[in-house]
Design a protein around this ligand. Structure first.
Ligand code: ATP
Ligand SMILES: Nc1ccn([C@@H]2O[C@H](COP(=O)(O)O)[C@@H](O)[C@H]2O)c(=O)n1
Length: 225
């Protein structure tokens, strides 16, 4: 059982369920930090593309881990991702990165090494709490966090929300990117069903602000300040 040094809020769920946007807004409202674990997987995938590696070659992927560093900020008002001094905050969101990121995430050594880093960030000194989001946070990274939430929404709604962001892509491409990534990622971790003790927050019929309020209320009831 981990002795957390501060309130850890663990959030997982499928693609487009609002993990990063809702968790970030909730962290801001609570005065907490925010850890976007997917950014680490994306940064590694970006590095792989930059180096032109073969994404079927696990050793090549693992060899990039030392170069990755620890360049993910946890201030919800100033999120930045850097690799060796290069700011890749925007670039890691490109569709070309989304396409290959699952190949990086399925490598066991990548998961082990990144998870060690995530746990030390959760336990680092700083604000009184931290909201961490990613597909295996409630089950693998912080299964004993005091607050654990599976954030979800119907697949059609998640695709609609993604389409509103990615206006330069066809509806079919957006839908495929959401369903393909869920299919590949769910071979590695289960983020579709809530593990024991995890609260499901279904935002299908909630506005963005209502979803943030619901998450903040969950945190306040489970970990009163
Ligand atoms: N309850 C909601 N109502 C309306 N829009 C929402 C709601 N929750 C999230 N959104 C929007 O849905 C989109 C997807 O959210 P977000 O990127 O946070 O999802 P995610 O779970 O982090 O996705 P991924 O795992 O694919 O990175 C964003 O545009 C976000 O603003
Ligand atoms: N805890 C996590 C977080 C992410 N992944 C993988 O990274 C991809 C990108 O994540 P986003 O949340 O930024 O979309 C995701 O598709 C997973 O492949 C992960 O495995 N575990």
């Amino acid at each position: 059982m981990t002795r957390w040094s501060r309130v850890v809020v663990a959030v997982d769920g499928p693609a487009g369920s609002g993990k990063s946007s809702v968790s970030r807004a909730a962290a801001r409202a609570l005065g907490y930090e925010f850890l976007d674990t997917g950014a680490a997987y994306r940064a590694l995938a970006w590095l792989g593309l930059d180096r032109g590696i073969d994404f079927d070659d696990e050793d090549a992927i693992v060899s990039l881990l030392d170069e990755l560093g620890d360049g993910i900020s946890t201030d919800p008002d100033d999120l930045r991702v850097t690799i060796g001094g290069t700011d890749v905050t925007e670039d890691i969101r490109q569709p070309r990165v989304s396409k290959v990121v699952s190949a990086v995430a399925r490598v066991p050594e990548v998961r082990t090494r990144l998870n060690e880093g995530f746990r030390s960030r959760l336990n680092a000194p700083g604000r009184p709490g931290i909201v961490a989001e990613g597909r295996d946070i409630t089950t693998v990274v912080a299964p004993d966090a005091p607050v654990r939430v599976l954030l979800t929404a119907d697949e059609g709604v998640r695709i609609q929300r993604r389409r509103a962001e990615l206006t330069d892509q066809s509806a079919a491409d957006v839908a495929r990117s959401v369903t393909d990534r869920d299919r590949k990622d769910s071979k590695v971790v289960d983020f579709m069903t809530a593990a024991e003790g995890v609260t499901t927050l279904d935002s299908t019929d909630l506005s963005f602000d209502e979803t943030v309020d619901a998450m903040v209320a969950l945190v306040r009831s489970a970990a009163p300040s």
